[in-house]
Design a protein around this ligand. Sequence first.
Ligand SMILES: CC(C)(COP(=O)(O)OP(=O)(O)OC[C@H]1O[C@@H](n2cnc3c(N)ncnc32)[C@H](O)[C@@H]1OP(=O)(O)O)[C@@H](O)C(=O)NCCC(=O)NCCS
Length: 169
Amino acid sequence: MTSPPQAAEPAIRTAEERDLDDVAAIERAVFNDPWSRRSFADLLDAAQVVFLVAVSDTAVLGYAVVLVASPESELANLAVARLVQGQGLGRRLLRAGIAAASERGCRQMFLEVRASNGAAIGLYQSAGFEALGRRRKYYARPEEDAVVMRANLSLASTGTAGRGVVGGR
Ligand SMILES: CC(C)(COP(=O)(O)OP(=O)(O)OC[C@H]1O[C@@H](n2cnc3c(N)ncnc32)[C@H](O)[C@@H]1OP(=O)(O)O)[C@@H](O)C(=O)NCCC(=O)NCCS
């Protein structure tokens, strides 16, 4: 008896112009205060930006944006399409972003995340991020505090088996 064909695991690579429509569509679907397509386009050629996408054969499934100012970095955005959330893609994108920042000499990663975003905070904590404090009313639509988190990248796991560090928006 033959088993059904397995879908290939999404690949993670640097974002390109052809990805932008899919990225902007995911962004609008998962955030109340989405970045514009133009904002993502401006990141493509920026020297101090790591802009990664997770792709299947047919579409972009998620993305991560890391701002690099070695020895520090910031996870500026991370999102996974709703239909494929909870399958490990957010963790893979986070690890890839951390690995890229580490390769560029970064020793720390910072992020801000909505205080109510339990899924993202859970991911970040499991990857080694710790809460530093709050920025009051940092977000609009709806107004909400941001939790500021930091990870020491030298302690982060970027392998596929272990748990590593991550960042947020
Ligand atoms: C946050 C987000 C990127 C996580 O990506 P994902 O692919 O769904 O997450 P993963 O499957 O890789 O899960 C990684 C970890 O996240 C946490 N997590 C994910 N979904 C969760 C949920 N619904 N509730 C609680 N924790 C959750 C868990 O710690 C999980 O680890 P585990 O599976 O070992 O328990 C994704 O849910 C998303 O795009 N959300 C909307 C956009 C967003 O909030 N981005 C972050 C902005 S700071």
